[in-house]
Design a protein around this ligand. Structure first.
Ligand SMILES: CC(C)(COP(=O)(O)OP(=O)(O)OC[C@H]1O[C@@H](n2cnc3c(N)ncnc32)[C@H](O)[C@@H]1OP(=O)(O)O)[C@@H](O)C(=O)NCCC(=O)NCCS
Length: 293
């Protein structure tokens, strides 16, 4: 018996959802579409059952925040953000977040399909069958790369400002955090962007945190509540704060191990660390303070 069961909703509701998603994909694929206008119209319809213009006349405050031009994201305040790339994806990130606040977005059936439709127009690369549950947070969206069959559960934070690569079949459980930026200990404004890579089949379990610039090897597992500060070898199970390798999964059929070859994640080119703030052009020496005896 499979561990995930198929679920259906009423055929009428399914047809309406498919019609909406088909139109949405078509509009987003059209370079002439004004994403801001499209998003505020959809949000007015879903959240208030009316067109945006009519809502703006009747209830201006309700309309105000549905328009992506009237809201800001935290990423917009950072010098490290590529403002041009961000403005392009911003309306769709706003739609993603806003729909999470609605019954449509809270329904797993509808929500997963809507996010899968938006994903290719937001992220840097998207493989087949992306599955995002409710209340996932991103920093900029445009720096996230997804392989095939990636699953991201509720309340996960993907801080992709420095670049995050999630390879095929990565699974990230509820309330986990994956970072790609860090601050100098002495100069908080000295931000470094670091590319973070989670290899094929990696499982980040509930409430775990992966710090910026880490590469988690293929088939590795990060135990619940762990804080990963260094690279993790393939097939390892890491636990604790800071996370340490406590077990290695037995994989007698692993072709890379048998041939003594690097695993797929080890072959991913990691982007060099970059300064997120031009006021601090020189990389400071690593380390943070004097260790007490
Ligand atoms: C890694 C994990 C699977 C280990 O579970 P387990 O095999 O049942 O492990 P046990 O409870 O037998 O513990 C084995 C050892 O690891 C330690 N340990 C287990 N989980 C730990 C954790 N999260 N952090 C630190 N140590 C942990 C135990 O204290 C024990 O140590 P000991 O041998 O010194 O006594 C589990 O901790 C975990 O993280 N599960 C996440 C669940 C999950 O799959 N979530 C994803 C849903 S999509």
């Amino acid at each position: 018996m499979p561990w995930l069961l198929p679920r259906r909703v009423n055929p009428g509701a399914e047809r309406e959802l498919e019609r909406f998603l088909g139109e949405l994909a078509e509009r987003l694929a059209d370079p002439a579409t004004d994403r801001r206008l499209l998003v505020r119209e959809i949000l007015a319809q879903v959240m208030h059952g009316t067109g945006f213009e009519e809502l703006a006349e009747r209830a201006p405050l309700a309309a105000l925040a549905l328009d992506p031009a009237n809201v800001t994201f935290e990423a917009e305040y950072y010098a490290a953000t590529d403002q041009e790339k961000f403005q392009r994806v911003k309306p769709l990130l706003w739609m993603w977040k806003a729909l999470d606040q609605t019954p449509l977005g809270q329904s797993v059936h509808a929500g997963v399909k809507i996010r899968a439709t938006l994903a290719p127009f937001i992220f840097k690369r998207v493989g087949k069958n992306p599955k995002f549950f409710q209340n996932v947070e991103f920093s900029v969206g445009y720096n996230l790369e997804l392989g095939d069959d990636v699953v991201v559960h509720r309340h996960v934070l993907l801080d992709d400002i420095g670049g995050i690569t999630l390879m095929d079949r990565v699974s990230i459980a509820d309330y986990a955090n994956v970072y790609s930026h860090t601050h100098d200990v002495r100069e908080q404004a000295d931000v470094t962007l670091k590319h973070t890579v989670l290899g094929t089949g990696v499982r980040i379990t509930y409430h775990a945190t992966v710090l910026a610039g880490v590469r988690v090897g293929d088939d590795a597992m990060v135990a619940t509540m762990a804080v990963v500060t260094r690279d993790v070898p393939p097939h390892a199970i890491v636990m604790g704060v800071p996370a340490r390798v406590k077990r290695i999964k037995e994989r007698p059929d692993c072709p890379y191990c048998n041939r003594g070859e690097p695993h797929p994640a080890e072959r991913v080119e990691r982007l060099p660390d970059r300064k997120g703030n031009p006021d601090f052009p020189v990389l400071r020496p690593p380390g943070f303070g004097v260790r007490l005896p």
